[in-house]
Every structure is written in C-alpha cells, then in structure tokens.
Design a protein around this ligand. Sequence first.
Ligand SMILES: Nc1ncnc2c1ncn2[C@@H]1O[C@H](COP(=O)(O)OP(=O)(O)O)[C@@H](O)[C@H]1O
Ligand SMILES: [Mg+2]
Length: 360
Amino acid sequence: MANHRVNLKQIKLHYQHALPNQMVTAVVVLDHNLRICYVNPAAEALLVKSFNKLYRLTIAQVFYNTPINTRRLEQLLTTGQEFSDSDVTIEFFDHRQITVEITASSVTFEQCPHILLEFKQIDQQKQISDEAFQQQQWESARDLIRGLAHEIKNPLGGLRGAAQLLDKELNIEQREYTAMIIEQADRLTDLVDRLLGPNQLPIMKTQNIHIVLEKVFKLTQFDNPKNITLVRDYDPSIPEITFDQDKLQQTLINIVHNAMQVLQNQHSITLKTRAANNKTINGKRIKLCAQISIIDDGPGIPEHIQSTLFYPMVSGRAAGTGLGLSICQTIIHQHQGKLYCKSRPGRTEFTILLPFNSEN
Ligand SMILES: Nc1ncnc2c1ncn2[C@@H]1O[C@H](COP(=O)(O)OP(=O)(O)O)[C@@H](O)[C@H]1O
Ligand SMILES: [Mg+2]
C-alpha cells in the first residue's frame, strides 16, 4: 500500500509536470493490467467520480459505451502505437453522454508500461453551436414550408369557390365532377393547414404539469392494444409553471404516440418529470426548468432521420406525414422551451425543458 502511494504521488507529480494544461485536459492513467491508477482533478470532474472510487477500475467499469476497448489498449501496451480519436461519444452507466477527443499513449513508470489517456471535452461549445445550427436549419425548413403552404392555400380557395359556382350551373350527373374538385381541394386545404402549424397563440395558465402528464397517461392507457407498460416517474415537488395545457398535452401525446407505433409488446414507455438546474435554452442559461422526459426501450430513431427529426415532413414510416414532431417543436418554442431527442437502439429519450419564468 505504502509503495503504491509513492507510485501515485510520483505519477501525479510527473503529469503535473508534463501537462501544464492539465486543468482542461482530463487525464486517466492505466497500469499494465489496464486498471486505473491515476486520474487528475479534471478527469474526476469529467467522470463525476473521485479518484478513490475510480482507483483499480477498468475502462469497461467506468464507461457503458466507448470506442476505447481492451484490444486497442493491449495493442498500445505491446506495440507502443499511440492512437487518438476525435469527436467520439462516450456513454456512462447513467446514460449521460459526452463528446470528447481522446488521445492514448504509452508511458513507462518504474520500468512498467502504463497508458496515458487524455480526454478533451468538446461538448459544451459543440453542443451550443450544434444547437444554434439545428435551430437555424429547423427555422428555415419551417419557413420554407410555411411560405409554400401559403402560396398553395390562396389559389386553392379560388379553385374551390369557382367549383362551387360551377356546381350551380351543372346538372346532377356533371356535379359529380365538381364534387370531386371540392373534396380534393378540401383535402389539400387540410394538409396545407397542418403544414402551416398551430395558428393560435398558446393560452397560458400557471398550473401543475402533472395534470397534463396524468391525462396523457390515462389516454394512452385506454388506447393501448399492444399492452405496452407505462411507467410514471414524477417529481411531485416541481412548482407550478405557466403553459398552455392543451398544447402541452398535444405535444406529449404526439411523442408518446410515435413511441407506441414502433414499440412491441413487452416494451415500456416512461413519463418522467424533474426540476432541472442550469440548462441552456436557445443559447441562454436558464436557472430552473421543469424537465419532462418520455423514454422508451424500443428500436431507436432511424439513423438517417436523426439530424432532421424535427423538420416538417421527415418521417421514418411509410404512412407518416412527418408533421408530428415539427408541430411539437413549434409548441415548445412558443413556450420559450426546448425539445430535443437522444436515441440509440434500446433507448430513445425525448426531453422537454420548460423554464420557470419570473411570473413563476
Ligand atoms: N420513440 C421513437 N422511436 C423510434 N422512432 C421514432 C420515435 N419517435 C419518432 N420516431 C421516428 O420519427 C419519425 C417522425 O415522427 P413524426 O414527426 O411524429 O412524424 P410521423 O409520425 O408522421 O412519421 C417517425 O416516423 C419515426 O420514424
Ligand atoms: Mg407522429
């Protein structure tokens, strides 16, 4: 034990010496058995665990999902061949994810080979710029579609009016045709209205979010042919916040409904609420939010639509319109909130953040 203390101290001193920027770079040192023998304070912060807890653990015991596997590490020990991965996503056992740049190199201590892993977190600035970019893209897609929908809607009204006038001039048999024009025009108007998105402003009221969650829970339970397990995980202490009850309900139902469509029997959907601190919404730091998560253990969002998931007309289903999530996004925007999704096979989580404003 005493010996090991000396080692750690030496290792620590060495790194502090060798890595002047160690404040920002998280450093993890593995011994030749690939067990953690040192972490610097930045690594403790990144891994949200103290050195004492991390000591002697393997990488597989710390990360749930990471591209650094035993094979690569063993290869590094034997060949000394360093590797570095940029822009890798690491997942922890509590499903927290971080994006980092990893550099792995070999170092020798007391004639024993060790591995030095350096993690540079690129999350925060990346997340903010990614979000701003996504937001811009979403807004331009939405504006484009809205503009188009407007352009279609106007002549469509004229078309329908003209067919109605013509209808009066025709005999019964010929009216079949005008009826068809009117019916199809109505179908198109309906589609165009949905493309335009919600057109009334929300009716805001200060109330408990669980009223809505309970309604969604009951409605879903009533219409649950696949017998999907619905789990409630509420934080009842969340204070009342200001929102439009119908619109929030519509949003939650859309999200739950999407999950119900892809889930099979035996699977589950969890409705979870929490109070959340210090979240970024539209680039602004928000002190306190109500956080609603809808989590399922289904197949995950198809990879090819993940980056455009909230755009209008993006759907992974043959019969889908792709309007549901776009409408949800508009509604949450009207509430100055944020809606985002993290998904991989086996776990999809939609998160809604609703800020407590000064009135709250
Ligand atoms: N929980 C989920 N699990 C897997 N895929 C999902 C989930 N929620 C949404 N999706 C995917 O996102 C697509 C877009 O959803 P949405 O905007 O509601 O449009 P639509 O339901 O009309 O397709 C769906 O078609 C589906 O492929
Ligand atoms: Mg849908």
